[in-house]
Write a protein that binds this ligand. Structure first.
Ligand code: URP
Ligand code: ZN
Ligand code: ZN
Ligand code: ZN
Length: 471
């Protein structure tokens, strides 16, 4: 592969910011520093732009099913790189009756095929908590698996992936023996099921019922329970998509007490309030709000403020998209008249970096270094793919985002790569845009336009004993 020299950009990593140059050879960063005196086949002038690691989004569902709906899949993975994210960590759902290994192999063959536009690592998701499953956890960190993270859903009573506390405990006990990190979706399934019925009985059947039946306390309770389970197992635990102030405080306080508990939040929980669930439109009436149904539910401003404080202070250590691209017409509308049937999840992999930059860096809530730490470096560390991914350093993959802070951009369906029939962040004006994105040294995006080749994304095996074991 030809060499590329990116010159005069403002290099930003989780620890540094300086005007410098980066030499790319054979898909890797070979040199980085100020005023590099080297020649290259291609020289790119990045003056006035920020040169950062490609994003690592550790929470995407390119396959998720809720009742009869399945979200948009890997045919839309160019959305990741177009938004500056060069690696995703995607959830692979265990097939009932099959091992994790078989489920992953089938997923790669049947779902990804030759469509991947970004690099990818995996988390497994438990559906079938058999003795064989708990035995298999011991192998997840092996080099031939390379999947040192596993998720269990404490929420979603009635869905095949809902797990009881006993399964979480057993998973934690096995996982800690081999450095696998257990992740949980922490919401009380029982409380929610009861509240949902009561909300329906009270005549609240539209999308806002989703928030009414999933108040912050159902998340806070489950996070506290997860912390106790981790304490009991003496194992680390990672809480995905934290949304509520009390849940975040429970993580912070349990960690201070000695429990190795960590958590992420997501773009939308930092930037959108619960009011959107009450949206109306001429076409859809009050069902318009279904476009924003995701779990946990969106929160009030008080929670958004608390989450920004948490990411600034490191109480939550990553920002993910929870990309789960359900369509409005074919998926969300299944919940007309009963909010419980609205599939949970929204597209967002393309918007994460620009949204966090705009609402975090541009407003002064977080520094540029923290932006890189939250969106690139920590997710790579948590999933055992650092320093191959998530940083700019000699030997790292040349996954590079050149961000033009002056580039105006409005998020809209017409220019999106999500391949969905609506955009949750429709109409948001964001500051800056990906001017160029390199995937292992290859230019794949220019001014938000996809230039890559489907199928060039590669699997990145993760190593066990990620960040949750190190702190
Ligand atoms: O609403 C959401 N978050 N959908 C995706 C599945 C999950 O719970 O992470
Ligand atoms: Zn249960
Ligand atoms: Zn979840
Ligand atoms: Zn999710």
């Amino acid at each position: 592969m030809k060499s590329t020299l990116i010159k005069n950009g403002t290099v930003v990593t989780a620890s540094d910011e300086y005007v410098g140059d980066i030499l790319i050879e054979d898909g890797k960063i070979s040199m980085i520093g100020r005023n590099l005196d080297v020649k290259a086949d291609t020289v790119v002038d990045a003056s006035g732009k920020y040169v950062m690691p490609g994003g690592v989004d550790q929470h995407t569902h390119f396959l998720f099913r809720m009742d009869d709906s399945r979200c948009v899949g890997w045919e839309s993975s160019s959305a990741a790189v177009c938004g500056g994210t060069t690696t995703i960590v995607d959830f692979v759902n265990q097939e009932i009756g099959k091992s994790l290994k078989q489920s992953v192999d089938n997923y790669v063959r049947d779902e990804i095929g030759d469509q991947a536009c970004c690099d990818y690592a995996f988390h497994t998701v438990v559906y079938d908590p058999t003795p064989e499953l708990f035995e298999e956890i011991r192998h997840l960190g092996d080099p031939d698996y390379g999947i040192p993270t596993m998720k269990l859903f404490m929420a979603y009573k009635g869905q095949p992936y809902h797990m009881e506390d006993g399964a979480v405990l057993k998973a934690l006990q096995e996982a800690k023996k081999v450095g696998v990190t257990i992740m949980v979706h922490a919401e009380s399934a029982e409380m929610i099921a009861t509240l949902q019925q009561q909300t329906m009985d009270a005549g609240i059947t539209g999308p806002y019922g989703h928030a009414v039946s999933r108040p912050p306390i159902v998340e806070e309770e489950a996070v506290k329970r997860a912390a106790y389970l981790a304490e009991l197992a003496d194992a680390p635990i990672y809480i995905v998509h934290v949304t509520a102030k009390g849940a975040m405080e429970a993580i912070r306080d349990s960690y201070a007490k000695g429990v190795r508990i960590f958590g992420e939040t997501c773009t939308h929980y930092l930037t959108v309030t619960t009011d959107v669930l009450k949206s109306t439109s001429p076409e859809n009436g009050e069902f318009e709000g279904a476009k924003y149904v995701c779990s946990p539910a969106l929160r009030s401003q008080e929670h958004l403020d608390a989450l920004w404080e948490a990411v600034k202070k490191g109480w939550l250590n990553a920002v993910s998209s929870d990309h789960c691209a359900f369509n409005f017409e074919t998926h969300k509308k299944r919940g007309l008249g009963d909010f419980r049937k609205i599939p949970n999840g929204c597209a967002g992999v393309e918007n994460r970096m620009q949204m966090v930059w705009t609402y975090g860096v541009e407003t002064g809530k977080i520094s540029k270094q923290q932006f890189v730490e939250l969106c690139c470096t920590n997710p790579a560390k948590i999933n055992g793919i650092y320093p191959q991914k998530g940083t700019l350093a000699p030997g790292s993959d040349a996954d590079i985002l050149i961000y033009d802070p002056a580039g105006d951009y409005t998020i809209t369906k017409a220019t999106s790569h999500h391949k969905t029939d609506y955009e949750p962040f429709e109409g948001r004006a964001v500051k800056g845009r990906p001017a160029q994105v390199y995937l292992r040294g290859k230019l794949v995006v220019e001014n938000s336009r996809y230039l890559g080749t489907e199928g060039e994304g590669e699997f990145v095996p993760g190593k066990p004993y990620g960040l949750a074991y190190q702190k």
